[in-house]
Design a protein around this ligand. Structure first.
Ligand code: HEC
Length: 157
């Protein structure tokens, strides 16, 4: 009699494959979630201001955030949130594009600008590639939010 029996090795292989398949599937799903930037509010809530200070290093060649430190190649960033774009007193090199943007800086707008400086404000003269990493941007913004006048319109850091 020739009973047809499944080869035990094949059975083990098949069940292993069935076990691993959902694992592989969920790993792919996690990758997809990780690559979509989290909403800004979530990134800001998780922001690391100390790391933000390091990220701000790439801005410091052109900007001082400290009160009274004045302008550099770029305008002072003291108390920038809640202020109309292109209105820092004494800074003479604003582009018409920024002055005409009508923006009042808030953390969300800065996040969008630093993601794509020329896309967000075409015609800006700010020579910066911005900050491509979404969490680095939130960290930088949390750091910058500490440079503000007490009682100003800026939301608390
Ligand atoms: C090479 C010099 C340079 C670098 C680097 C640079 N900026 Fe600027 N920044 C400027 C100039 C110039 C302007 C004015 C832009 C305009 O008028 O279009 C500006 C404008 C700004 C403004 C608007 C200020 C206002 O008064 O409306 C903000 C906010 C800002 N920069 C933040 C940053 C941040 C954050 C970084 C670092 C990721 C950075 N900048 C890097 C030169 C620079």
């Amino acid at each position: 009699m020739n009973a047809i029996r499944p080869n035990p090795v094949t059975v083990v292989r098949a069940s292993l494959f069935a076990l691993l398949l959902p694992l592989a599937g969920s790993a792919y799903a996690e990758d997809a979630v990780a690559s979509a930037p989290k909403p800004f509010a979530e990134r800001l809530a998780a922001a690391d201001r100390v790391h933000g200070r390091t990220v701000f290093g790439r801005c410091r060649t052109c900007h001082y955030p400290d009160k009274g430190a004045g302008h550099q190649n770029g305008p002072s960033l003291w108390n920038v949130f809640g202020r109309r774009a292109g209105t820092q007193e004494g800074f003479a090199y604003y582009s018409q594009a920024l002055k005409d943007s009508g923006l009042v800086w808030n953390p969300e707008y800065l996040d969008a600008w630093l993601a794509d400086p020329r896309g967000f404000i075409p015609g800006t003269v700010m020579m910066s590639l911005g900050v491509p990493d979404p969490q680095d941007r939130a960290d930088l913004i949390a750091y910058l939010m500490t440079f503000r006048e007490q009682g100003s319109q800026s939301p608390p850091p």
